[in-house]
Ligand binder design. Structure first.
Ligand code: NAD
Length: 371
């Protein structure tokens, strides 16, 4: 198959959808890989490394879309890319169709096969192409939180690890899923006193078994949250209710219970945030202060560490890319239910319920798309 990897052009997107290691695997199977010039530059991969792995570099994005049977990307196509996508072309990327009506209509019109990273799903209902980014964001939450706790950054002036003779900082993590677990590991590693809260007792049992002694698990409810925020130096919001907005576990009134200079990192900001006063920020201007509480609410945290994020993402996507390239999308999806769940729009037909519901479109029978 002929694969094309364009340079990401969405504002501030520095990741690339394939590494030289991925190119080498695909070329081994006899596939042709076109990479747009400088596509990997911001992630730390030079064109020469892609060439050495067997790829061909193309100057322009138009050439990449023109030549490729399958496009592998990171972010959803932006308006200037809509017209480049061809009928029957397979596009494998994050789409998040439910948050963009114009994108949905453009992809229906294109006649392309749109396989969305975010809906590829395993039998245990986990989302293998979202997990790596949650892992990155969870670990970053502590790194960023520690930075903004510094006095020049408007924080309390607390060193999370403390020093001999001085107690370490207190970290409260709301939600003990992927983000929360990775945040807890990082905070515990720094020597902080960590509390994880979740509504699932089973999850708390698992965490209690695997976490070090400086991590305590507490059931998430309003009373316990109110008590914990009085003492916390850093609060991480890591709650997710699938398919719904995040609940506001810390309301504006509750900020008054927190000490001046406390930092909140609301990782769940992309789902509305679990701290009422959070609103999305960017890497250029990541924080704001309300009631003397420093809010960090960057909606695409992995974007700040493109080298790590690219490797984490491509480690997870490459096995699927190989299946699609080796078998073609139809056979690959028939033989792998995980991939089949990723099909959102197929040659003009909406086949994913969430997308049809979001924009009041007719849902076509997925099975009818296989001929
Ligand atoms: N900002 C970013 O750059 C970024 C990056 C990756 C993920 N995220 C977001 O981070 C959030 C968490 O993702 P995840 O992968 O860890 O999800 P997850 O499903 O693995 O974990 C969510 C956890 O929240 C718990 N929960 C639900 N209601 C709760 C409540 N009232 N109190 C406490 N816990 C509660 C669940 O039981 C679950 O354990 C999501 O909104 C995700 O979109 C943001």
């Amino acid at each position: 198959m002929i694969l094309g990897v364009p340079k990401e052009i969405k504002n501030n997107e520095n990741r690339v959808a394939m590494t030289p290691a991925g190119v080498m695997e695909l070329v081994k199977f006899g596939h042709t890989v076109y990479i747009q010039k400088d596509a990997g530059f911001n992630s730390g991969f030079a064109d020469a490394e892609f060439i050495a792995a067997g790829a061909t570099i193309l100057e322009t994005i138009e050439e990449v879309y023109n030549k490729a049977e399958m496009i592998v990307k990171v972010k959803e196509p932006i308006a200037s890319e809509y017209s480049l996508i061809k009928k029957d072309q397979l596009v494998f990327t994050y789409f998040h169709f439910a948050s963009s009506e114009p994108l949905t209509h453009a992809m229906i019109k294109s006649g392309a096969v749109c396989l969305a990273y975010e809906t590829v799903e395993k039998v245990d209902r986990s989302l293998p192409l979202l997990i790596p980014m949650s892992e990155v964001a969870g670990r970053m939450a502590i790194q960023e939180g520690a930075k903004y706790l510094e006095k020049p950054q408007k924080g309390k002036g607390v060193l999370l690890g403390g020093v001999p003779g001085v107690p370490s900082g207190k970290v409260l993590i709301l939600g003990g899923g992927i983000v929360g677990t990775q945040a807890a590991k990082m905070a515990a590693g720094l020597g902080a006193r960590v509390v994880i809260m979740d509504i699932s007792l089973n999850r708390l049992r698992q965490l209690s078994d695997i976490m070090p002694a400086n991590v305590t698990t507490i059931l998430s409810n309003e009373y316990n949250i109110k008590e914990a925020i009085k003492e916390a130096d850093l609060v991480v919001g890591a709650v997710l209710i699938p398919g719904a907005k995040a609940p506001h576990l810390i309301t504006k009134d509750m900020l008054k219970l927190m000490k001046p200079g406390t930092v909140v990192v609301d990782v769940a900001v992309d789902q509305g945030g679990c701290i009422e006063t959070c609103k999305p920020t960017t890497h250029e201007d990541p924080v704001f202060v309300i009631d003397e509480v420093v809010h960090y609410c960057v909606a695409n945290m992995p974007g700040a560490v493109p080298y790590t994020s690219t490797l984490a993402l491509t480690n997870a996507t490459l096995p699927y890319v190989l299946q699609l390239a080796n078998k073609g999308w139809q056979k690959a999806c028939i033989e792998n239910e995980e991939l089949k769940k990723g099909l959102n729009v197929v040659q003009g037909a909406v086949v994913y319920k969430g997308v049809a519901d979001a924009w009041n479109l007719t849902l076509s029978e997925l099975e009818d798309q296989f001929n």
